[in-house]
Design a protein around this ligand. Structure first.
Ligand SMILES: [Fe+2]
Ligand SMILES: [Fe+2]
Length: 327
């Protein structure tokens, strides 16, 4: 599968009247129900009309181009695209892995919007149905989580990171016996945990290599920035805000920003603390070698165990051992 890289330089590139659609959410040979556009030399051109088919050859040709990772679809066709994705999710022609690809890739565009769109409210409203889709997929297909996790990113970008932390958190939440409503709330909390990074400069976010002290202290403000952003919206629950504000707290009390400890830390924040670190450890960044899933959890258990809720860390271990080829 082609892995999509979201360039740090791409923020805000596309006009608000279009949204991005990843090529591998489109089924070759099937007519689309919306026009597909491409951005070429800063011009948006119509590539395929609604009702036409995208064949495998065209897909391959597009994927070999730099701009070939996504199409642009008009905002007015958003519902139509969502229905198209939904139909694939309930189709009997796709296997679980193919559905996992469609769901993850189609959700990436939403996560990009969470970080790029100035209208946070719109992005927040859009996040709930996406998380519901993930929870439903998990409930319908016992293998769903294992496929979703195996597709999760090896390139570290904030967008991939947020979606992957959300997916891992749903897996961990399920093993902690959270109910469907709690899982949906947890999924949103995890998706938004780093939303405060909207206020961190791209120079810091995209820096290749470790941060210096000044940059690090800027970076450590993102939980506070996130809470400030979320406080402006009425439909955000306290649990979601807590996960955002407390996900860098540590079980033994030496985290940030409040240095609270143990049960004082909201359970969602304790879950995200684990899945967040796990994702960072297993993801390729410019200056690190990613650990295998089992090595990452073992490191968390043996070297930095004091940071995490021990029962939750044990549960994370069991989630990952369920995965094929995790070791
Ligand atoms: Fe964070
Ligand atoms: Fe994070």
């Amino acid at each position: 599968m082609t892995r999509f890289k979201i360039s740090c330089q791409n923020r805000g590139m596309d006009s608000n009247s279009y949204f991005k659609v990843r090529i591998n959410t489109l089924m070759p040979g099937q007519p689309t129900t919306f026009d597909l556009h491409l951005k070429v030399a800063d011009q948006v051109i119509l590539y395929l009309r609604a009702g036409d088919r995208l064949d495998q050859e065209k897909i391959r040709a597009l994927e070999s181009r730099d701009s070939g990772h996504h199409f642009l679809v008009k905002e007015a066709d958003r519902r139509s695209y969502k229905n198209y994705v939904h139909n694939q999710m309930i189709s009997t022609n796709l296997n679980v892995r193919e559905k996992a690809v469609v769901l993850r890739e189609s959700s990436m565009t939403l996560v990009e919007e969470l970080f790029e769109n100035p209208d946070v409210n719109k992005a927040l409203d859009a996040s709930r149905p996406v998380i519901k889709d993930f929870v439903e997929f998990m409930k319908a297909e016992p293998e769903a989580m294992s496929h979703l996790i195996s597709l999760s990113g090896h390139d570290f970008y904030t967008y991939n990171h947020s979606l992957d932390v959300s997916i891992y958190s749903l897996g961990l939440g399920e093993s902690l016996a959270l109910n469907k409503i709690e899982l949906e709330e947890l999924g949103i909390a995890a998706l938004l945990h780093d939303i405060g990074k909207r206020h961190i400069s791209l120079d810091i976010l995209c820096k290749k290599g470790p941060l210096n002290d000044a940059e690090w202290s800027q970076m450590q403000k993102h939980p506070q920035y996130g809470l400030t952003i979320l406080n402006d919206y009425q439909n955000v629950s306290d649990a979601v805000k807590a996960a955002c504000f407390e996900h860098h707290e540590s079980w033994v009390g030496n985290g940030y920003p409040q240095q609270i400890s143990g049960q004082e830390i909201h359970p969602f924040a304790r879950i995200v603390a684990i899945t967040d670190t796990y994702d960072a450890m297993t993801t390729q960044r410019s200056y690190n070698v990613p650990l295998t899933p089992v090595d990452a959890v073992t490191t968390m258990k043996e070297k930095i165990a004091g940071r995490y809720d021990p029962d939750m860390l044990k549960a994370m271990y069991s989630v990952l051992f369920k995965l094929k080829g995790a070791a």
